[in-house]
Design a protein around this ligand. Sequence first.
Ligand code: SAM
Length: 217
Amino acid sequence: MRLRNIPRADGVIDAHRAVIKKPEEQRGQWAQVFGNEKPIQIEIGMGKGQFILNMAKAHPEINFIGIERYSSVLLRALEKYDTEEFENLENIRFICMDAREIEAVFAPAEVDKIFLNFSDPWPKARHAKRRLTSTEFLARYEKVLVENGRVEFKTDNTELFNFSLEQVKEAGWELLAYTYDLHHQEEMNKGNIMTEYEQKFSEKGNPINKLIAQRKE
Ligand code: SAM
């Protein structure tokens, strides 16, 4: 399941206590990994981890799992986790995997919420199924989310955002809220934690889109 791309990253990742090495072995037992029954929220494609680390710090009542496909990128998140600012956080774990495998790693209703932030756009039509907000991925999320479980998606890419709004509808999910300008939408922006990409693009003046969608019954 793991894409091995740089040897040094793999060594650090294998040795790191916050990384779950064989995540499929924890399927149905994630509460035991954390040692408590707090809800589990995951970020798919967490990149260098700024969002999920700050979420874990701000929300000790929730357990977080950061999922990233590339070990070289996960390494950057682990380096951040190991700084004084985050190193004693007990409510966060990391997995190096492709999110396509998510059903092999989480049992039905094991995940409370899924965050997707600045997901890769896959602009070519023939790659649409690879987009993390496609109906194919929403069907995978349905299999692991709790009843009424939600996906929260942020992006500056309006084309991908419009595609995602359509896919939510096509999948029969309920669109609970959306905005084309998160940082000027007071209610949706309350408690917002910025990702690396969000910071970069909003500093350039790009508006940030966000949607919140609830799983089909
Ligand atoms: N979420 C971060 C942010 O907002 O700053 C990073 C955004 S970056 C554009 C997208 C990240 O998602 C990359 O690190 C990429 O490797 C990861 N990614 C893309 N597809 C993935 C998949 N199918 N499974 C796991 N990670 C994935």
